[in-house]
Design a protein around this ligand. Structure first.
Ligand code: ADP
Ligand code: 5GP
Length: 192
């Protein structure tokens, strides 16, 4: 289905494991012509099922550092021992297709993007509780114990940051269908 939407980019952030990718997959499947994902670069290893160039551009640290030197990134940050960055090209590619760009980035990225001229809208996706977040992260089966611990510690910082009012909206991802409906409302009805 193709629908006309606000062309302001949308930044979705929230603790790792809170459900961002799950919701975005659903959105892209329902509206393939309307939204485009800003494919970030990362130095972390792909998870099973993650395709290079679709989930991320998976690169070595040396490549990432070169891109930083070349000022290729709109923003970049270190998260849980790996580097992540939004290239200017990834955002331009989506805009050139006439689609609304969606970025999935952490709180450091949110702060950086606020200092650019991207004119984005910011959505924070929160877990119902930190306990439930942990069970989702563990249940996903992709993270080592050490990685879960690092992500949980970062999650607390993300939750504190969300209290500062940096985001346009906060949605708690409890029931997935309800959250998806709330997400669409935020996207399609910015004044709601
Ligand atoms: P993120 O992209 O924010 O790191 P994911 O989308 O990978 O998170 O979701 C983490 C895990 O939680 C996945 O296994 C996913 O299936 C599950 N999940 C997502 N949303 C919900 C929900 N509302 N209720 C229960 N499980 C969920
Ligand atoms: P994951 O490893 O779970 O895919 O992502 C870890 C964290 O990195 C998530 O909070 C995700 O939003 C964030 N992230 C993904 N891409 C980028 C990016 O390009 N920039 C920043 N700052 N964070 C990113």
């Amino acid at each position: 289905m193709s629908v006309k939407v606000s062309l302001r980019p949308i930044v979705i952030s929230g603790p790792s494991g809170t459900g961002k990718s799950t919701l975005l997959k659903r959105l892209f499947a329902e509206y393939p012509d309307s939204f485009g994902f800003s494919v970030s670069h990362t130095t972390r290893k792909p998870r099973p099922g993650e395709v290079d160039g679709i989930a991320y551009h998976f690169v070595e640290r040396s490549t990432f550092d070169k891109l930083v030197e070349q000022n290729a990134f709109l923003e970049h940050a270190e998260f849980s021992g790996n580097c992540y960055g939004t290239s200017i090209k990834s955002v331009q590619d989506v805009a050139e297709k006439g689609k609304t760009c969606i970025l999935d980035i952490d709180m450091q990225g949110v702060k950086s993007v606020k200092n650019t001229d991207l004119n984005a809208r910011f959505l924070f996706l929160a877990p119902p509780s930190l306990e439930i977040l942990r069970s989702r992260l563990v249940g996903r089966g992709t993270e080592s114990e050490d990685s879960v611990a690092k992500r949980m510690s970062q999650a607390e910082k993300e939750m504190e940051f969300a209290k500062t009012g940096a985001h346009d909206e906060i949605i708690v991802n409890d029931d997935l269908d309800q959250t998806y409906a709330d997400l669409k409302k935020f996207i399609f009805d910015p004044s709601a």
